[in-house]
Design a protein around this ligand. Structure first.
Ligand SMILES: [Mg+2]
Length: 316
């Protein structure tokens, strides 16, 4: 197995700056990277992926884990209406981690970094009993930064992609039910969050406020409403679900609505906007912003739906 210096040398070569000139001037191999963020504001976010808390190695390959860690971090840049430009990654690795597994992990990180634009320009390695990946991602606002506090009464509430798909995928894995008909895309979605770079570019032009769905729709919409000083009403019959969501829930004796309202880690973009064709083309309209506070769920006749479980709390 490579020792630390050999790993760093391998990483330096692996992430050697190549191709057309990018904003990175000094990459891996010095005390720090040097990066030109230009004249516009810079978006910075950091996200940790810890063995036992965010993933169990039995449920995900090292390659997918790398993709997942990078994409989850970059998702916060997209949620600010930003274009990712670079990343630095701190890894803790188990003492027995094979070189091949390490290379797969880095391969997944690099694949996602290149796909999203957040190329890896630096990082840190340390030894631990658990694998963890802490990714700091940088980006630039595509227009102006899109915050959580711009939602106004009359705005529509929109979401990209589908809801509850990732958390249902994890539930399928935990039930060892991945052999069920139609289960594979759910498992794949949990392992590999979506690349929402194109959606972020459109969002930057139409959204009044935005957040990514990491803790669950209701929880994340509550964060947005609190920041904006508004309330929201969600129509449960309008929530976008992946094909076979309801039938898989039925087979596994799970509540389909709970996953859609409260399932975390979809990493889709939840945004508010004045209703328009552009907003509707970017995401599914699932409700409306109103005066007041809090998030209510109603059915198509306007009857209130009790929300069973609000969402994921990292410290509960
Ligand atoms: Mg977020």
């Amino acid at each position: 197995m490579r020792d630390e210096l050999a790993k760093i040398e391998w990483l330096r070569a692996r992430f050697e700056l190549d191709g057309p000139p990018s904003a990175a001037i000094v990459g891996i191999g010095d005390d720090a990277a040097v990066f030109d963020f230009g004249a516009r504001p810079t978006i910075v976010t950091v996200d940790a992926h810890v063995e036992g808390t965010h993933f169990r190695p039995a449920l995900i390959s090292f390659r997918d884990l790398g993709w997942r860690a990078m994409t989850a971090a970059v998702s916060d840049v997209w949620a600010m209406g930003g274009a990712p430009s670079a990343s630095v990654v701190a890894l803790t690795l188990g003492p027995d981690l094979a070189d091949a597994s390490f290379e797969e992990l880095i391969g997944g990180l690099d694949e996602a970094a290149r796909a999203t634009g957040a190329r890896v320009i630096g990082g840190n390695l340390s030894r631990s009993s658990l694998v963890s990946i802490t990714t700091t991602a940088f980006g630039r606002p595509i227009v102006e930064p899109v915050t959580r506090h711009g939602a106004r009464p009359g705005d529509g509430v929109y979401v990209t992609g589908t809801l509850g798909t990732s958390s249902l995928g994890l539930a399928i894995l935990e039930a060892e039910a991945q052999g069920l008909d139609g289960a594979e895309p759910f498992v794949a979605r949990w392992r590999r969050p979506p690349n929402n770079g194109g959606a972020a570019r459109a969002l930057a032009r139409v959204a009044s406020a935005a957040i990514d769905v990491s803790d669950g729709l209701i929880q994340d919409l509550r964060h947005l409403c609190r920041a904006s000083g508004v309330g929201a009403t969600i129509r449960v019959d309008l929530l976008p679900l992946a094909p076979n969501h309801a039938s898989l829930c039925e087979m596994l004796n799970l509540d389909p609505l709970t996953f859609a309202l409260s399932g975390g880690e979809d990493y889709e973009l939840l945004f508010t906007a004045a209703p328009s064709a552009e907003a509707g083309a970017l995401g599914t309209k699932i409700g409306e912003i109103g005066e007041g506070s809090g998030v209510r769920a109603v059915d198509e006749s306007g009857k209130f739906i009790a929300i069973q479980r609000a969402g994921y709390d990292h410290f509960s």
